[in-house]
Design a protein around this ligand. Structure first.
Ligand code: ADP
Ligand code: MG
Length: 228
């Protein structure tokens, strides 16, 4: 199977006070459709930098990255915006939902941006909210939902446009252990049902149970890659 994500020998240097700080050094990985890949490592190990480079929010200093056939590292900024909109869904630690919008409206907004018809938007919104287990909560606003439910809305929003890739940065960082595990399990379910390739950056050991592969980062380098 062709990889959906291909990262080849990337490095990212930051310049801090005249000094070059390597956030990533010679990192390579691939992921195919339907795979969940966990990026584990302590704070400062380079997880966020790697996700940002793959998602086109940051550019590596050297090396190449492909997402779904497009070479991200070759694209101009305007094309990167398109790529992010069409192929990538982002999930962060803080869900950043619109507070006055219901779950349904938060998801629908993404589909409006993607120019879907009203009928298509209605069907897809209900489908993804059911997929994340919020069938009964579609008309609730964020403050009427628990932290885990709010993160489920954020996940529904990220997958609504059927991106090939989900990039999740510490998605369980603000959740208790049990709720965090349920969210990790949900990413597994989405990869299985929708064929999405999911990359999850986390220091949460629980992720191992749901990942096809665990990539362990230390000081910007891949220490080990363990298939599960
Ligand atoms: P993680 O997400 O695993 O905590 P990061 O990717 O955020 O790690 O950071 C990796 C390294 O890069 C750290 O040493 C961090 O201090 C450094 N770093 C990250 N972003 C910047 C930046 N914008 N400027 C300078 N250094 C940065
Ligand atoms: Mg981080």
């Amino acid at each position: 199977m062709e990889p959906i994500i291909r990262v080849e020998n990337i490095s990212r240097l930051y310049h801090v006070g005249g000094r070059a700080v390597p956030a990533l050094q010679d990192v390579s990985l691939t992921a195919v459709a339907g795979q969940v890949v966990a990026l584990r490592g302590r704070s400062g190990s380079g997880k966020t930098t790697l996700l940002n480079c793959i998602g086109g929010l940051d550019r590596p200093t050297s090396g190449r990255i492909w997402v779904g056939g497009d070479e991200v590292t070759q694209l101009a900024e305007a094309r990167l915006v398109q790529l992010r909109r069409q192929k990538i869904g982002f999930v962060f630690q803080s869900h950043a939902l619109l507070p006055t919008y219901s779950a349904r409206e938060n998801v629908d907004l993404m589909l409006r941006l993607a120019n879907l018809s009203r009928k298509e938007r209605l069907a897809r919104t209900e489908q993804v909210l059911r997929l994340v287990g919020l069938g009964k909560w579609m008309d609730h606003r964020p403050f009427e939902l628990s932290g885990g439910q709010q993160q489920r809305v954020a996940i529904a929003r990220a997958i609504a446009t059927r991106p090939a890739v989900i990039l999740a940065d510490e998605p369980t960082g603000e959740l208790d252990t049990t709720t965090g595990q349920q969210i990790l399990q949900l990413f597994r379910h989405i990869a299985d049902v929708e064929g999405t390739t999911v990359l999850i950056a986390t220091h949460d050991l629980a992720v191992d149970a749901f990942a096809n592969e665990v990539v362990h980062l230390q000081d910007g380098r891949i220490l080990t890659t363990i298939p599960h």
